[in-house]
Design a protein around this ligand. Sequence first.
Ligand SMILES: Nc1ncnc2c1ncn2[C@@H]1O[C@H](COP(=O)(O)OP(=O)(O)O)[C@@H](O)[C@H]1O
Ligand SMILES: Cc1cn([C@H]2C[C@H](O)[C@@H](COP(=O)(O)OP(=O)(O)O)O2)c(=O)[nH]c1=O
Length: 209
Amino acid sequence: MAEHTGRFITLEGIDGAGKSTHLGFIRDWLTAHDIAAEFTREPGGTPLGEQVRALLLAVDTQVSLEAETLLMFASRQQLLSSLIRPALQAGRWVVSDRFTDSTFAFQGGGRGVAAERIAVLEDWVQQGLQPDLTLLFDVPLDVASQRMAGSRQLDRFEQEKADFHQRVRDAYLQRAAQDPRFRVLDATRSIAQLQQDIAGHLAALLERS
Ligand SMILES: Nc1ncnc2c1ncn2[C@@H]1O[C@H](COP(=O)(O)OP(=O)(O)O)[C@@H](O)[C@H]1O
Ligand SMILES: Cc1cn([C@H]2C[C@H](O)[C@@H](COP(=O)(O)OP(=O)(O)O)O2)c(=O)[nH]c1=O
């Protein structure tokens, strides 16, 4: 028997790919289908997680790559135990703006932490729980940086050089190729085209028993 009855959806992509833009659309789609859902984000989503987020995104924070990885998982454990698991067990859907694939992509691909090490933390913290559907918003770096230009103050990750973001994108695509829970969206297309695709993926997930 499945561990939970709700569905767990995660949104992933390099910074500026456009994933946060679609949260409102997903919220409206779920409401229109009478589905109760929780929306959250990583790092963050709980009082402790939001403090971790503030620390990790601040441009003047000095942190080793191991400590950064562990803090991502500390925030994740808190979020899983206080929000994600209870919601799924109660039959609610959960939509998270980033989850563990971000750690494999940013700390793994971007910073060079071994994927095997991240997988140990994943097993410990998630105990087998995985998203049911992961939407990967994929764009070339130049499109993402154009989208971010002028529109926001860059955080500690966004300030990284282009080769870091290229490794993050490559790590995402490599991971997506190995796991059927991913849907890779060509996020260079218009918001309307993307929403059409997203609606199709949500409908398919709703149909899945
Ligand atoms: N498909 C799209 N086409 C054009 N602009 C987009 C598209 N998706 C998002 N944007 C714009 O790109 C910027 C970054 O989007 P955002 O959703 O904040 O990215 P992310 O959450 O992936 O970092 C925003 O200004 C947003 O309006
Ligand atoms: C969840 C997670 C996020 N991150 C990074 C990716 C992002 O640059 C940053 C915050 O994500 P995000 O919320 O996408 O930033 P924004 O609000 O600016 O769109 O944290 C990691 O490096 N590892 C992780 O495990």
